[in-house]
Design a protein around this ligand. Sequence first.
Ligand SMILES: C=CC1=C(C)c2cc3[nH]c(cc4nc(cc5[nH]c(cc1n2)c(C)c5CCC(=O)O)C(CCC(=O)O)=C4C)c(C)c3C=C
Ligand SMILES: [Fe+2]
Ligand SMILES: [Fe+2]
Length: 348
Amino acid sequence: MQAARPDHSAADHPKLPKQKVGVLLANLGTPDNYDYWSMRRYLGEFLSDRRVIDYSPWLWQPLLQLVILSKRPFTSGAAYKSIWNHEADESPLMTITKAQTAKISQAMQARYGDDVMVEFCMRYGNPSTRSKVAAMTAAGCTKILFFPLYPQYAGATSATACDAFFAALGHEKWQPIARVVEPYFDRPGYIEALAQSVEKAYENLARKPDILICSYHGVPIRYLMEGDPYHCQCQKTTRLLKERLGWADTEIMTTFQSKFGPEDWLQPYTVEEVAQQAEAGKKSIAICAPAFSADCIETLEEINEEIRESFEHAGGEQFTYIPCLNDDDAHIAALSDVIAENLQGWVS
Ligand SMILES: C=CC1=C(C)c2cc3[nH]c(cc4nc(cc5[nH]c(cc1n2)c(C)c5CCC(=O)O)C(CCC(=O)O)=C4C)c(C)c3C=C
Ligand SMILES: [Fe+2]
Ligand SMILES: [Fe+2]
C-alpha cells in the first residue's frame, strides 16, 4: 500500500500572517540603567564597534576592558542619573524614541491603515536591531524600510546602524526586501522644523541672543580626511538653517562637542567656543543640537550642564538651550513625509 503523501498546501502548511510593510526606526541606544554593570555593558558594546573606534582591537580592547570600562561607567552613570526619567525608569533617549515611534505609527495608520507597521530599534543595547527585524518578519513584514534617525550621515552612526540591520536580515529564512532612508539634513521639512524650534525659543526670551550656536556631535578629524561626509553635512545644515531664518553669517555658527579620546576632533569645540564668545562680549547665546533627533545625555547633560557652566564661568549671562525636535509635531510631520516618499511603490 502507498503511504499518504504529505499535503503542504493544506493542514500541515505553516500559518502565514497577512503581509505588511515595516518601517524600522533606528537610534543609537542607551543603557538599561545607570548602575555600573548596565553602563559597562552598554559602553562596552558601543565602544567595541569598529565603526566608532577604528583602532586595532589588539591595542584597543585591553585599554577599553581594563582601563576605560573600569572608570567611565561610574562617571557616565552619574551623568545619566542626573537626567534619568525616574517615572518610566528609562533614559530620556528611550522615552523620546518611544513617543516618536507612537506618533509616526499614528501618522502611518492614518495614511495606510494596517498595511504598515512601525517599530524602533537601537544599535546598542535594547531593543536590539536583530530582535526587531525578527519580530517584524514574524508579524508578516515582507518589506522593511530602515530609517536611521540621524539627519546627517556618519560612519559611526548611520552606517553602523545599517550594518546591524543587514546582519539581522541575514538571519531570516524569508528575508524581507529592504530599503534604507538616506540622510535628511537638507530636507525642507526638517530645516523648517528646526527653524520653527529656534523661532519659538526666541519668542519667549526677553533678550535676543547675540549668537545661535549649532552644536553637533563631533568625530575625529581623521574620519573626515578618510572620506566621511559628516562634517560637510553638518556645515550645510547650519547654512540651510541660516538661510531659512534669513540671518547674517555673524548670527549663527557651527561647533562640535563630545570629544572622546586623545585624537583631534572636528573643531571648534563647543565647550571652548562658548567661553570665547562670552569673553568677546557675547553675553547671551542660544544653543541647538541639530545632529540629535532626540534629547539625550549629550544634550541634556553635556550641553545644558557642562557647556552652560563653561559659558557662565567665562562671564556669560544668558544661556538658552533649545531642545531637540523630539516628538514635536513639525518633526513628526517631516519624518512622516520622508517615510511616505520612501514607501512609494510599496503601499498606496
Ligand atoms: C548624533 C550623532 C553622533 C555621532 C556622529 C557620534 C559619534 C561618536 N560618539 C562617540 C562616543 C560616545 N557617544 C556617546 C553618546 C551618544 N552619542 C550619540 C550620537 C552620536 N555619536 C548619542 C545620541 C549619544 C547619547 C546616547 C544616550 O543614551 O543618551 C557616548 C556615551 C556617553 C558617555 O558615556 O559619556 C560616547 C562614549 C564616538 C567615539 C563617536 C565617533 C567616533
Ligand atoms: Fe556619540
Ligand atoms: Fe567638510
